[in-house]
Design a protein around this ligand. Structure first.
Ligand code: IPE
Ligand code: IPE
Ligand code: MG
Ligand code: MG
Ligand code: MG
Length: 295
């Protein structure tokens, strides 16, 4: 399997989750039209779809076909999109551009963006509740996604982020924040499919170890790209973190320190997967994609 093949596979997963989202999002012609339009605007037609791709790649390892993971992949992306819609609000990062287009509250309005986020969040759980898996496994997967999204995960990490604006955090403190705000959902992206498939505990532990390194690397690279990325490729503004005195890894450890840490975490992620067979190659490739990306 070459890098080009795996890149094509990512494109296939991106198209696949786009269709899964489209099928699950209410039509914009259905009342309340403006809310539904805002949800579709935010969820469809953009983004790298890394979390769904991780879910499908975990399916490759476990021998679970992609069609059995569409509900979970859509759920993971809905939580992510909801987090982005709220992250961009004036009360949080106050950003105007997302995925190359005006942010949800810019295109619609703040109240609609708040509700679109709320509705995407609950639609995620509705979607996962319909995953084709034994009922007990589904309940465990729902709990896992809830924990990853809540105060121990994404929402908690975002609270720490906002509470630390203008405060100099140590690299260790930034890592803790990053593991929560971004790492938790990345970890859920491999553990939700593994849980649905009732994978052995040892394999779940290996996947969790991989995703913990990858999730932290993901947010460190996001921070690096805010410093030295190309806004046209990123589809969002750069320099915003420094301008707003946000707590980031480059602010704590310098740009070179951040790059070195991301590379170290990439190596750690690959080490975690070392005992796994070639069916884990898509997961291995995604780790490189996350660390080397320009968008
Ligand atoms: C951006 O996430 C926000 C973070 C959690 C770092 P992505 O870089 O995955 O954004 P999209 O989904 O590709 O737009
Ligand atoms: C966002 O982190 C993390 C989330 C949980 C949404 P950032 O605020 O750095 O993400 P971007 O840079 O706006 O995409
Ligand atoms: Mg933010
Ligand atoms: Mg932001
Ligand atoms: Mg950022």
């Amino acid at each position: 399997m070459t890098g080009v093949d795996l890149e094509l596979r990512l494109a296939g997963y991106q198209a696949r989750v786009e269709a899964a989202l489209d099928a699950r999002l209410p039509q914009a012609s259905t009342v309340p039209e403006r809310l539904h339009a805002a949800m579709r605007y935010s969820a469809l037609g953009g983004g790298k779809r890394v979390r769904p791709a991780l879910a499908y790649a975990t399916g490759e390892l476990l021998g679970v076909p992609p069609e059995a993971l569409d509900a979970a992949a859509a759920a993971l992306e809905m939580i992510h999109v909801y987090s982005l819609v709220h992250d961009d609000l004036p009360a949080m990062d106050d950003d105007d551009l997302r995925r190359g287009r005006p942010t949800c509250h810019r295109r619609y309005d703040e109240a609609t963006a708040i509700l679109a986020g709320d509705a995407l969040q609950v639609l995620a759980f509705a979607s996962l509740a319909e995953a084709p898996a034994p009922a007990g496994a589904r309940v465990r997967a729902l709990k896992l996604l809830a924990d990853a999204s809540g105060t121990a995960g994404m929402a908690g990490g975002q609270a720490i982020d906002l509470g630390a604006v203008g405060i100099a955090l140590s690299a260790a403190e930034v890592e803790d924040m990053h593991r929560r705000k971004t790492g938790a959902l990345i970890t859920a992206s491999v553990l939700v499919p593994a849980t649905l498939a009732e994978a052995p505990a040892q394999l779940c532990a290996t996947l969790a170890e991989f995703a913990a390194s990858l999730g932290l690397a993901f947010q460190i690279v996001d921070d690096i790209l805010d410093v030295e990325g190309d806004p046209r490729l990123l589809g969002k503004a750069v320099g915003a973190d420094e301008a707003r005195c946000k707590p980031t890894y480059p602010a704590a450890a310098g740009l070179a320190g951040a790059r070195a840490r991301a590379d170290e975490l990439h190596a750690e992620a690959l080490r975690a997967l070392a005992p796994l067979p070639p069916e884990a190659d898509m997961l291995r490739w995604l780790a490189g994609y996350v660390v080397d990306r320009r968008s």
